[in-house]
Design a protein around this ligand. Sequence first.
Ligand code: HEM
Ligand SMILES: N[C@@H](CC(=O)c1ccccc1NC=O)C(=O)O
Length: 418
Amino acid sequence: MIQSAEINLEDFAISPDHGFLPGGLPLQQLPSSYYAPWENLAVRLPTLIQTGEIRSLVDNLPILTTEWLQTEPEWRRAYSILGFLTHAYIWGGEKPQDILPPCISRPLLEISAHLGLPPCATYAALTLWNYTTVPEADITEPDNLSLLTSFTGTKDEEWFIVISVAIEAKGARIISLMLDAIAAAAANDIPRLTALLYRFTDILEDLNSTLRRMYEKNQPDVFFHQLRPFLAGSKNMSAAGLPNGVYYDIGEGKGDWHQYSGGSNAQSSLIQTFDIFLGVNHSATGDVKPAGTGYIQEMRKYMPAPHRNFLKTLSAISNIREYILSSPTEQALKESYNAAVLSLSSFRDTHIQIVSRYIIKPARNGVPLKNEKVNLATASTQMKGLDDKNATGLYGTGGTSLIPFLKQTRDDTKAATC
Ligand code: HEM
Ligand SMILES: N[C@@H](CC(=O)c1ccccc1NC=O)C(=O)O
């Protein structure tokens, strides 16, 4: 049996200061000029998408090898750029393009295998490895952060992403706190466990207040119409024009069809640790998944391999809920646990409101709902009459039918109180 005290966060590519974000800042540019053809497209991406030049410029890229990538930060930077170029290539035209050329497919398949990630624009490519700041700045403050690569070049896109970066940075200290709490439960130290659960609640409330800042600089219409199309994946995308997914052409007549979920914060390891730690059981599968394989679980495949391994280890040692349930007379302890669970469910409430403003409302595009009071519950059904373009807005980038799914994750969380 692994003990929480034996866990060395650095073995899981977790930084004591930055959590699931890299220890230093993400690398801004690949140092070898060999990769200049990639960097030159990445830096001009918003313009190249707007002018419609992106596909032909990608088609003209040389097929570069990965042999000049040396350090892990270099592999991550390469993954991030190619993730952006992949989605810009697929979605950056009138119709989606379902063949990815060898100049992207070949290196991207190698790089993603090296990192233990799928070959597309995941949360790691778009968020964890895609920000910068000035030296010594506080990265828990979104105003101090900026993006390395962007689809639209808008402040809205930047804010959308840096809110998540700031949340990851603020959450860094909760990781060792959770391990301490697990150790406290194992040692039967009830006062310490109670205090740690209240600290956990305070941090989650702080994360929730950062999440609420989404509205400050990200306008729903810009997010929905300009950015969101580029976050889409290639799975369950028939209505959008990708019935078979995307063919990753590796040249010499070889290649394969692939289907991947789009980028999503469901791929944030940090947020998944909260459910594991508190013992929240997610029954939600999302309506597109085969029974038994939950979407939340599936999203772990979209996390860097060491982070995925951390979640597995955390699940193996997680003991808090069991401990609380086996201590029925410890009222104060139980209250501290319930406060922690409710703070997570309140984080999910804030998120559902965001989804309503940033997806449901722009997708409705002025179409009134029959009963405003129940709009979140009924929006999906009532909007079936809308055209395909808007109807795809009703699904998460991961292909889940979003409102029922998100309500379920919120309700599953609440149901964990005892
Ligand atoms: C404009 C901003 C956002 C929108 C429109 C949005 C939308 C969505 C949608 C539609 C899903 C459904 C499933 C999927 O597509 O993967 C989802 C899932 C999720 N989102 Fe967001 N999201 C936003 C920002 C954020 C932020 C900043 C966070 C956290 C830092 C977050 C955390 C999550 C989590 C954890 C899930 C998985 C479901 C769950 O655990 O309850 N989202 N989001
Ligand atoms: N699931 C969201 C997208 C999303 O949350 C997301 C996608 C890519 C990178 C980060 C994301 N979340 C917030 O920063 C959507 O359906 O629009």
